[in-house]
Design a protein around this ligand. Structure first.
Ligand SMILES: [Zn+2]
Length: 148
C-alpha cells in the first residue's frame, strides 16, 4: 500500500507529464516519469534528455507558493550541490478538492541555502539515521513561474 505522501508524489509527477511541455526542447508530451529509486530527478524528456525534479505539496491556496516544503533525502542533494549540480523544480500544489497548480523554478535561480537539512531520524525510527531536507521557498518565491 502506498502512503498518502507517495500517492501525492505520484499525482504531482502525473500532472507534470500530462500538462507540461519540455522547458528545454519545447516539445509537448515528451516528459516521462523516472523510476522512484532514481536519485534527484523525477521526470526526463525522452526527446532531449532534460531532467527535472517534481515536488507535490498539499496546500489551502494553490495560487501561493508555500514558504517551506518537505524535501527528500539530504545526502544525494548535498553531494550534487557540492558539485554545483542543481535540477529544475516543478512544484505541484494540490488542495483538498484536488484542484491543482504547477509552478516552475529554473535550476539557475536556485540557491544552496534554500535546501536546509533536517535532524536525522532517531534510533527508534523505522528508517533510523535517515536524514531529509526542507525546501525554504520563501527565499526564491519571486523566481517561480506559474505554468498552470
Ligand atoms: Zn526536451
Amino acid at each position: 500500500m502506498a502512503t498518502a505522501r507517495q500517492v501525492l508524489g505520484a499525482f504531482g509527477e502525473e500532472m507534470v507529464v500530462k500538462n507540461c511541455s519540455c522547458p528545454r526542447c519545447k516539445r509537448t508530451k515528451t516528459l516521462v516519469r523516472l523510476p522512484t529509486n532514481f536519485k534527484c530527478a523525477d521526470v526526463i524528456c525522452d526527446f532531449c534528455g532534460y531532467l527535472a525534479q517534481v515536488k507535490a505539496a498539499s496546500v489551502r491556496n494553490v495560487g501561493v507558493v508555500p514558504n517551506t516544503v518537505l524535501g527528500a533525502a539530504w545526502g544525494p542533494q548535498k553531494e550534487r550541490m557540492d558539485a554545483f549540480v542543481f535540477f529544475p523544480l516543478f512544484l505541484v500544489l494540490v488542495d483538498k478538492t484536488k484542484n491543482y497548480s504547477i509552478f516552475y523554478l529554473s535550476a539557475d535561480l536556485q540557491t544552496p541555502t534554500m535546501f536546509r537539512p533536517r535532524t536525522p531520524l532517531s534510533e527508534n525510527a523505522r528508517r533510523a539515521g535517515w536524514q531529509g531536507f526542507i525546501y525554504l521557498l520563501d527565499q526564491v518565491s519571486s523566481s517561480f513561474v506559474r505554468l498552470r
